[in-house]
Design a protein around this ligand. Structure first.
Ligand code: NAD
Length: 387
């Protein structure tokens, strides 16, 4: 079977990569630049690092700071309306996945009729027709990989939906680990496990191929080897660099191979209980992998090996159990609750979570084990009881 692979944005990676910003903006013929970010990053003074060199070139800049974590649809609608009213020629997204996803929508939908809702994957009825205004995406978390994917995620009342098309891909990604040093331990942990989940799900995806396998395994090595240090000592340059490269590689892997059960079940947790995307993935990761384990034992042996555990003496089945244990241990080590009870979610919520989880048919299709509603309920139940 053949595979389509997309590695689109020109990428500048590594400590100090931000220095490439003005050259790239110049190449894209910028003169009136919109910067999409969140108020906290503005407060931290991070937007200055973007605005000053651009203004030194004589370009006009406008900073839009109304991004909120896990942005609801209405926040996207407001930003897109604002972008349409102004004649920007470049959109820069600065922040975590929330800011980057909104920057993608602003850039693409500026040249489209209708609302964001019209383009949603599950309920929208319009199709994107062009790539809109050029975009440069600059992540400040090591998590989503949004800087290299063609997806923008929005929160709806009880779950999430996405706008997805290759037109959403940015022109340039600038992945500078220095911008992640200010991340607090809790966000480092949650976003880091999000990135690990991308790599793990890409590796066991039905759409995996040797290219995505290489990306995913290297991401797993980098993230599992550095996340504890990055959480404990946020100024550790090596750990921050490994996390940035890990999340970038995991982004490329999952964009091309897809994610599956963990993400499908995480969306309702985020939607119904406003748990961050990273924590939603983290609390479910060991339980989804534990459930689908019989369908991908050999692959789980590769994963646990990439996590640095010596399993040479174990057969595939034994190693797959070791993989589940190692994932659980890693989540606990970075201080994320390892059961839904840790998020005050009661057993009475599991039915409605399962009702929304089964709706994520596009994502569930990549699971190596088909998951029906009763399977999804069983996984939520395991995550609730912690077993
Ligand atoms: P986020 O963007 O919501 O940011 C989380 C918090 O971290 C915010 O309060 C933000 O102000 C803060 N923060 C960000 N960078 C910081 C820094 N350097 N220092 C201090 N604080 C900082 O978090 P996220 O996990 O990166 O993004 C989550 C969003 O991305 C969700 O909506 C999720 O669904 C989406 N997502 C998108 C993709 C994709 O491919 N497009 C993939 C996965 C997740």
């Amino acid at each position: 079977m053949s595979s389509k692979l997309t590695f689109m944005p020109i990428s500048h990676t590594g400590w100090g990569a931000l220095e490439q910003l003005t050259d790239e903006a110049e190449r894209l013929n910028a003169s009136n630049v919109l910067i999409v970010t969140d108020p906290f990053l503005e407060e931290l003074g991070m937007t200055k690092k973007i605005v000053e060199p651009l203004e030194a070139k004589g370009w006009k800049t406008s900073i839009y700071t109304e991004v909120v974590p896990e942005p609801p649809l209405e926040v996207g609608e407001k930003l897109v309306a604002y972008t349409k009213e102004n004649k920007f020629d470049l959109v820069i997204g600065l922040g975590g996945g929330s800011a980057l996803d909104l920057a993608k929508l602003a850039g693409v939908l500026a040249t489209h009729e209708g609302n964001v809702a019209d383009y949603l994957n599950l309920t929208g009825e319009r199709a994107l027709v062009d790539k809109g205004i050029p975009r440069i995406l600059i992540p400040t978390t090591s998590g989503t990989g949004s800087e290299v994917t063609n997806i923008a995620v929005l929160s709806l009342e009880s779950s999430k939906d996405v706008v997805t098309h290759d037109y959403l891909l940015p022109d340039v990604a600038i992945v500078d680990p220095e911008l992640t040093v200010s991340l607090p331990p809790k966000v480092t942990a949650a976003t880091g496990i999000d990135a690990l989940t991308h790599a793990v799900e890409a590796y066991v995806s039905k759409n995996a191929n040797p290219v995505t396998d290489g990306l995913a395994l290297q991401a797993i090595r980098l993230i599992s080897g550095s996340i504890r240090t990055a959480v404990e000592d946020g100024e550790n340059k090596e750990a921050r660099t490994n996390m940035s490269y890990g999340s970038y590689l995991a982004g490329l892997a999952f964009f091309n191979a897809g994610v599956a059960g963990v993400h499908a079940l995480a969306y309702p947790l985020g939607g119904q209980f406003h748990i961050s995307h990273g924590e939603s993935n983290a609390v479910l990761l060991p339980y989804v992998m534990g459930y689908i384990r019989p369908s991908c034992e050999k692959r789980m042996k590769d994963i646990v090996e990439a996590m640095g555990v010596n399993v040479t003496q174990l057969d595939d089945q034994q190693a797959s159990y070791a993989c589940v244990e190692e994932l659980k241990k890693l989540v606990a080590d970075v201080n994320i609750p390892v059961s839904l009870k840790g998020f005050d979610i009661g057993e009475d919520a599991l039915d409605s979570l399962a009702d929304d989880g089964i709706k994520q048919t596009r994502i569930l299709a990549r699971s190596p084990m088909p998951l029906e509603r009763e399977d999804i309920y069983a996984i939520y139940h395991a995550a609730y009881s912690g077993e």
